[in-house]
Design a binder for this molecule. Structure first.
Ligand SMILES: [Zn+2]
Ligand SMILES: [Zn+2]
Ligand SMILES: [Zn+2]
Length: 353
């Protein structure tokens, strides 16, 4: 045993930190969020109709396209092929742009529960699972570590927007459930359904008595600001907190059933798992979903195929003449010789001495 292992806290120990990989710019499987920023200025004064049309005609329909307050665009692609194609774009409607992955949005959370995982630390689990797309591991706290041992439930963050049905742990397949964050009350007004940052109340309420002061300075009788009962807002006896817990239990059940139903709809049991990557930071070998190529093709081959089908640089070169021609009055356009005629005219005399 080396010194690093002896100083690490035991699995489930309260001092054990979540284990996390550094943020990566690897292209995730399936849908992805991308940020498009202009090198100069922003998209505020750009024609939204033609911008939408040019994105649709370039990579096909996307899941969503949104303008951010910063003036950047947030786009959610449908497939890895679309993402690769977008990431290669250096300019947009003639203006230079920077396109990057919105790293924090390109992840999905799930949880696994297995007694077989209780002897493994967060860091060891992350090392074992990173080839399956896991980027963060956090064991939930045990209610009673001494008597019950470490909590068998582990919260996992996967790169990309696709939650697998299960993870492979050695010889075990452990089912993955969607992670539903437990509802927490707003710490300003103690209501459920929004956070402190989104709270519209100006004066914070005391969580102990509901008065207009800080709970730490409170010495009045306890009166819940939510239900008016003789307890602080964060007490487990509060009926409003109990309602929130009931909602959470139902939501966990519904989301799990939905997730399982999605898994059963898939034709091949193998798609239940993430494809194992040789290194968690490399783009996964994944076939583009729109051309139905064999699954052995790598992402780079798929990208090359996509580039062959519609090379972005050729398209950019072709566009300006098209637009100029459209703007010209129709009579001038009719009088111009056709492209074939123009090309044939100078070639004629040279070929014929
Ligand atoms: Zn609030
Ligand atoms: Zn108070
Ligand atoms: Zn209450």
């Amino acid at each position: 045993m080396d010194s690093a292992e002896t100083t690490d806290p035991a699995p489930g120990h309260p001092s054990e930190e979540p284990a996390e990989l550094p943020p990566s710019q690897a292209i995730p499987e399936g849908p992805a969020f991308l940020l498009i920023t202009r090198k100069e200025g922003n998209f505020r004064h750009t024609n939204p109709f033609s911008l939408r049309r040019s994105i649709d005609s370039y990579i096909g329909p996307v899941n969503s396209l949104k303008a951010l307050r910063s003036g950047a665009l947030l786009i959610e692609t449908k497939t890895e092929t679309q993402t690769i194609q977008m990431m290669r774009t250096a300019s947009f409607r003639g203006t230079p742009v920077t396109i990057s992955l919105a790293t924090r949005l390109n992840s999905v959370e799930g949880s696994v529960r297995s007694d077989a995982l209780t002897e493994i630390t967060n860091m060891e689990l992350l090392q074992e699972l990173q080839t399956q797309g896991v980027v963060r591991v956090q064991r939930l706290r045990s209610r009673d570590l001494q008597n019950l041992g470490p909590n068998p439930t582990v919260r996992l963050t996967f790169s990309g927007r696709i939650l697998p049905q299960a993870i492979r742990c050695g010889y075990l397949a452990v089912p993955v459930d969607p992670w539903v964050p437990a509802p927490r009350p707003c710490t300003k007004c103690w209501a459920y359904g929004h956070s402190k940052r989104a709270c519209r109340r100006r004066q914070p309420m005391c969580g102990r008595c509901g008065g207009p002061h800080d709970a730490e300075k409170c010495d009045g009788p306890e009166q819940c600001p939510g239900c008016g009962g003789p307890h602080p807002a964060w007490d487990r006896r509060c009926p409003i907190a109990e309602d929130a817990r009931q909602w959470h239990r139902a939501e966990v059940k519904n989301r799990r059933a939905e997730h399982r139903a999605q898994g059963h709809g898939r034709p091949n049991g193998a798609t239940w798992f993430r494809e194992e990557r040789p290194d968690g930071l490399l783009p996964a070998p994944h076939p583009p979903s729109d051309i139905g190529s064999p699954p052995t093709r790598s992402a780079t081959a798929a990208a090359a195929a996509a580039a062959r089908r519609r090379p972005p640089d050729r398209r950019r070169r072709r566009r300006p003449p098209d637009r100029r021609r459209r703007r010209r009055p129709p009579d001038r356009h009719r009088n111009r010789p056709s492209r074939r005629g123009r090309l044939a005219a100078p070639a004629g005399p040279r070929r014929d001495p």
